[in-house]
Ligand binder design. Structure first.
Ligand code: NAG
Ligand code: NAG
Ligand code: NAG
Ligand code: NAG
Length: 591
């Protein structure tokens, strides 16, 4: 741990500013990477754009570079994987891109994107004792499996807040993984000729890199915590059920904030995932066909366009068109089933599991205003005649007319909240009893705690950043004026302290927290001893119970998951309305 007598301070006092050449270097077989002083905080050294994988073969598995190079590598290069820009979609999902900094155009994008950044407290190097190793946090970004980057812009995903909150006693790593069609095409054909769930393999390579090399950045590979939000947390969940829980995820603790993904189980030949593949192939000029060689030879710009257009083609229901998919190997089953069958990795010390109070609303289509649109939404989610009983069951459970007084948008928002997000938090907490800390983030109030809003208190370090990030979230000015000072003064310090403590010690209240945060208790239906964050309870932090991931809600959804998998329904069952008129239905294959 950091000594109270800082050698950095002493060095500064004596004017011993070190020359650039003295900054530490990481030596990998494929190149050397020199740290730089992090611009925003000189107590932090940043190893920027460290390569952890060679350029992955398109639609193939990633691997460490296989060449040797003893020279110092320049960090100045584009490393962002190829993105979908939700703002440019003709029918954007209502969720939009809540995290994009609208003032910043995305960096140049490339398929050669397997790079990571490491934020290290400077004192640990000044101290010169290489046996001092600090706990490591690995951040997996969100973005609907369609966009996102370790360099999201502004304070997002930098290690600044985490290091500062840990009193400079932790290390923060963040790395890229492939998104969109480049990372997540799946289905029977990809299982044979390509790599389904390639994005998960990219993340696994990142965790493997951390195990093997993080000691060079003074990180302790026996103390690795995986953190992520949204698709990032949905990814972490899938590391825990990898190959029915038989593969070490290479982390011992995890923080999963709003873990989300859309169920994708139909990997039957010619099924929904195959159809997604062929739709992409056609958009890329390789016909509605199974011809991966054509896709592999196509110019990247053409594929990037096809990737963007795929998201226009797939009817936007507010759900995630791509993401983790059942592939017979990594993902054997839909996760609610894997967890209920006890098929997950057990050797986890503790988990911090959270959701926001209003997960679903931004994803629920803006024009969702009728029974017919509700039906179309359910048809998109669970297509085909075989799944009609499940659609009927959902309509009985979510009676929009009665329970939501005909507000279909709110009604569908509830479905998305439970099926896509909050029931995953129940699965995780139930998997690790006595080791799970749960949070219900409801700041400033239940209805206003939208998906992604918890990233604000997590990553901001000053008032300017808070205001900018709230602006990027499209929050109205008058609300920003009210919220920003509250976040800065009342929410952020406590929130960051809990997370920093969790990263250091595996428990959120071991770093001087005033309010203890116990492990969660399942009282039979609702969870109690949940950390509630919001203004409705007199104090912004309070321990209480949570109804948004109740057993009643979630056993309904795990029941649906079991039924749809058991029914072996495939996309081939779906008819008519689902297929646009833009393209003729190809032969008998699709039906
Ligand atoms: C973990 O780091 C130690 C050095 O701290 C190293 O000896 C060991 O090989 C590393 N583990 C793996 C799996 O690489
Ligand atoms: C489980 O994790 C502990 C550290 O938390 C480690 O010492 C032990 O070897 C792990 N066991 C297995 C079976 O991986
Ligand atoms: C807030 O942080 C930003 C970096 O994100 C920095 O440029 C700015 O100077 C800081 N502002 C204050 C008031 O510290
Ligand atoms: C494939 O494209 C058609 C339009 O031709 C669209 O209606 C359908 O939803 C798409 N299916 C998938 C699985 O992407």
């Amino acid at each position: 741990m950091r000594s109270s007598f800082s050698l950095v301070a002493l060095g500064a006092l004596l004017g011993l500013t070190r020359a650039l050449e003295d900054l530490p270097v990481i030596t990998l077989p494929w190149g050397k990477y020199r740290a730089e002083v992090f611009g925003d905080d000189e107590e932090i050294l940043l190893f920027r754009n460290v390569r952890f994988g060679k350029e992955p073969p398109r639609f193939g598995a990633p691997s460490f570079p296989d060449w040797e190079d003893g020279s110092i590598q320049s960090p100045d290069r584009s490393t962002t994987c190829i993105q979908i820009n939700p703002k440019k979609l003709s029918h954007p999902p209502a969720g939009g891109n809540p995290l994009e900094d609208p003032h910043k155009s995305p960096a140049a994008q490339t398929e050669d994107c397997l790079f990571l950044d490491i934020y290290v407290p400077r004192w640990v190097y000044e101290e010169q004792d290489p046996s001092t190793l600090l706990p490591v946090t690995v951040w997996i970004y969100g973005g609907g499996f369609a966009f996102g980057s370790k360099n999201q812009g502004g304070p997002l995903y930098t290690g600044k807040s985490a290091l500062q909150a840990s009193n400079y006693n932790s290390i923060f790593v963040t790395g890229n993984y492939r998104v969109g069609a480049f990372g997540w095409l799946a289905g029977d054909y990809m299982q044979q000729e390509g790599q389904p769930n390639a994005g998960l393999y990219d993340q696994a390579l990142l965790f493997e890199w951390v195990q093997t090399y993080i000691n060079q950045a003074r990180g302790d590979n026996a103390s690795v915590s995986a953190w992520g939000e949204s698709a990032g947390a949905g990814s972490i969940l899938h590391h825990l059920i990898r190959e029915d829980g038989e593969v070490d995820p290479k982390f011992h603790t995890f923080a999963a904030q709003s873990p989300g993904f859309e169920w994708a189980w139909d990997n039957s030949p010619g099924g929904k995932l195959d159809t997604m593949y062929r739709n992409f192939s056609r958009l890329a000029g390789c016909d509605f066909d199974y011809n991966i060689d054509c896709l592999r030879k196509a110019p990247v710009a053409k594929l990037a366009d096809a990737n963007q257009n795929l998201f226009d083609l797939v009817r936007q229901t507010g759900l995630f068109p791509v993401g983790p998919a059942v592939d017979g190997k990594w993902i054997k089953n839909l996760s609610p089933i894997s967890f209920s069958e006890d098929k997950y990795w057990k050797n986890i010390t503790s988990g911090l599991i959270s959701h926001v109070a209003n997960e679903g609303y931004l994803f629920s289509p803006k024009d969702m205003d009728s029974e017919a649109k509700y039906d179309a939404f359910l048809n998109e989610f669970l297509p085909g005649s075989t799944l009609a009983p499940q659609r009927t069951a959902i309509k009985a459970q979510y009676d929009c007319k009665k329970t939501w007084l005909g507000d279909y948008r709110l009604c569908v928002a509830a479905i998305i909240a439970h099926a896509v997000f909050t029931c995953n938090t129940r699965d995780l907490a139930t998997a690790y009893p006595g080791k799970s800390y749960m949070m219900d983030y409801a700041f400033p109030a239940d209805g206003l705690a939208y998906h992604g809003s918890d990233l604000v208190p997590q990553f901001v370090t000053n008032a300017t950043e808070t205001e900018k990030l709230l602006e990027a979230l499209d929050i109205e000015k008058y609300l920003i004026d009210v919220m920003a000072p509250l976040i800065d003064n009342a929410i952020k310090p406590v929130f960051q302290n809990y997370f920093a403590s969790f990263g250091l010690y595996g428990s959120p209240d071991s770093l001087g927290a005033r309010l203890p945060w116990p492990t969660v208790v399942d009282d039979g239906d609702e969870f109690s001893d949940v950390m509630k964050v919001g203004l409705s309870w007199g104090s912004p932090f309070k321990v209480g119970s949570d109804s948004k991931n109740s057993k009643a809600k979630c056993s309904f959804w795990s029941g649906i998951a079991k039924e749809i998998v058991a029914s072996k329904a495939t996309y081939g069952d779906s008819h008519g309305g689902l297929f646009g008129t833009q393209y003729p239905i190809n032969g008998g294959n699709e039906l």
